[in-house]
Design a protein around this ligand. Structure first.
Ligand code: NDP
Length: 239
């Protein structure tokens, strides 16, 4: 069965792997991208690329209109777009704090709220939010990011309760350290220190995250809602 799937921030990294996974399953996939041009491979896969900055409510509305016109109402939403602006609290500006919250948490609220409209009408749907292992562990220098990712868990669980009776599930995937542009900026020392804490002693791949998202969006996961699924090689065990 081909569903209308929307993945935010699907032009690179984890979002791109998620878009590929759904396209491989035969779904009708749309991604949003914020900057630059989306990669040519998306066109080859038949994925619709729509420009959208999730901090701008107007652009979110416009993106949904385009996606709905092409694929119908969104049945599976993956809120993946996210940013970091790392700094110790002592030196962090309020702008650094709010910008990360506005993209990662409020941006997710904007896209999820808009998707829930069609899902409620259809009385079915799947929402998957991409959080992070640091939501629970904390991370020095990432208080804004960790706060936004922890916020997603409370948001998802509240929404799961609001939508469960309509057959709409809302779940969270909490990736560990995944090999993407976001983590390529780490120094060798930082990488070594982190790897020392990952029982599986390797970076995760974007495909590792995509597989869990695809599962949570499948019929096999029909009775899973409000869950936080760690995909982190054991880094966050016990939290
Ligand atoms: P990347 O930095 O590779 O990609 C981030 C994506 O989000 C890009 O597509 C980017 O668009 C998009 N984006 C950022 N800001 C906005 C915005 N305001 N509006 C719309 N799109 C935006 O990151 P990853 O692929 O690594 O991360 C994807 C998600 O996974 C994020 O939410 C991240 O926090 C989370 N995560 C990642 C981990 C990792 O180790 N990599 C670990 C845990 C969680 P553009 O190309 O225009 O910048």
């Amino acid at each position: 069965m081909s569903r209308s799937v929307l993945v935010t921030g699907g032009n690179r990294g984890i979002g791109l792997a998620i878009a590929r996974a759904f396209a491989d399953s035969g779904d009708q996939v749309a991604i949003t991208y914020r900057s630059g041009e989306p990669p040519a491979e998306l066109t080859a896969l038949g994925v619709l690329a729509v420009k959208c900055d999730v901090t701008d409510a107007e652009q979110v509305e416009q993106a949904y209109k385009e996606v709905e016109q092409a694929h119908g109402p969104v049945e599976v939403l993956v809120a993946n777009a996210g940013v970091t602006r790392d700094q110790l609290v002592m030196r962090m500006t309020e702008e650094d704090f709010s910008a990360v919250l506005d993209t990662n948490l409020t941006g997710t609220f904007r896209v999820v709220k808009r998707a829930s409209r069609g899902m409620l009408r259809a009385r079915k749907g799947r929402v998957v939010l991409i959080s992070s292992v640091v939501a629970m562990l904390g991370s020095a220098g990432q208080s804004n990011y960790a706060a936004s990712k922890a916020g997603l868990i409370g948001f998802a669980r509240s929404l799961a309760r609001e939508l469960a009776s309509r057959n709409i599930t809302v779940n969270v995937v909490a990736p560990g350290i995944i090999d993407t542009d976001m983590t390529r900026v780490l120094s060798d020392d930082q990488r070594a220190a982190i790897m020392g804490q990952v029982p599986m002693a390797r970076y995760g791949l974007p495909e590792d995250i995509a597989a869990s998202v695809r599962f949570l969006s499948s019929d096999d996961a029909a009775y899973i809602t409000g869950a936080v699924i760690p995909v982190d090689g054991g880094l966050g065990m016990g939290h």
